[in-house]
Design a protein around this ligand. Sequence first.
Ligand code: PGA
Length: 327
Amino acid sequence: MIQATLHQLKVFETVARNGSFTRAAEELLITQPTVSSQVKQLTKAVGLPLLEQIGKSLYLTDAGEDLLETCQDIFEKLSNFEMKVADLKGTKQGQLKLAVITTAKYFVPRLLGSFCQLYPGIDVALKVTNHQEIQQRMSENRDDLYIVSNPHKDMDLKSKSFLDNPLVVVAKKDHPLAQQQNLELKHLNDRPFIMREYGSGTREAILELFDKHKISVKVKLELGSNEAIKQAIAGGLGISILSEHCLISEGISGELTILDFQHFPIKRRWYVSYLAGKKLSVIAETFLDYLLTESPKIPFPESSILAKLTNGKTNLSGLTAERSLIT
Ligand code: PGA
């Protein structure tokens, strides 16, 4: 049996995950010489090199790769065990690791607020990012649960759909198309457009629709943030397509409007997903139940605000119908 301490394994796992001694020291709040000496002792105990330094980059050897996987397995099991013990003692204690797509930030933090009030012993690590990075995190088994709108088909996932996440065409209030109804998609042709970045699920859904209907917009700007896109629309740089949830804070005095296009809203849903082979921790199970129970209460823009955002247009029936499903 290899004589290694849990601390050495933790230090090694942090170095291997970060690909850097310096970043590992920063994360663990210890000095870099301590990190180096812990890894050195572990390497001696294993009897094989675990890391290889080539130039400025740090690489894992085959033994290092195997050990990293083993460490992550051990730490996940230990943390699940701790949570189980706390549960048996009648308290919920431990960490919930969540990674969510950009639009989920409009409701997840609020939901976490009430969840953490109910279970004060639970700490949360929340990552907000786009679909591509979520897929990367899934492949590295970094989190307990994921909230996405396109559960990746090439990954073995368990997914539950829980709420509508429609995409709408958003423009500045004084846009020439703002008063028109039932617009044909061809009106989008050659329009200045603000597009989400490569790797975004919103972008994928937009391109799929454009491709299907042979629409070609003039991409003025690519941005990695829905909030920045809203500012760019307000600044007159063009129109865009965003999740309706991004407009929840717009209010009646907002500067944006929803354009009434055929084929919109693009109907999508949010899903909560986790790796099929993963045994969820007690904490993750608790949050999953909480999310599925509480999500129907998540507000969409109120009807008065929506009427204003749509300039009172009535044939955005998709939006109204979807909303009534959840209120
Ligand atoms: P995205 O996902 O941030 O990858 O575009 C958002 C969404 O699908 O609602």
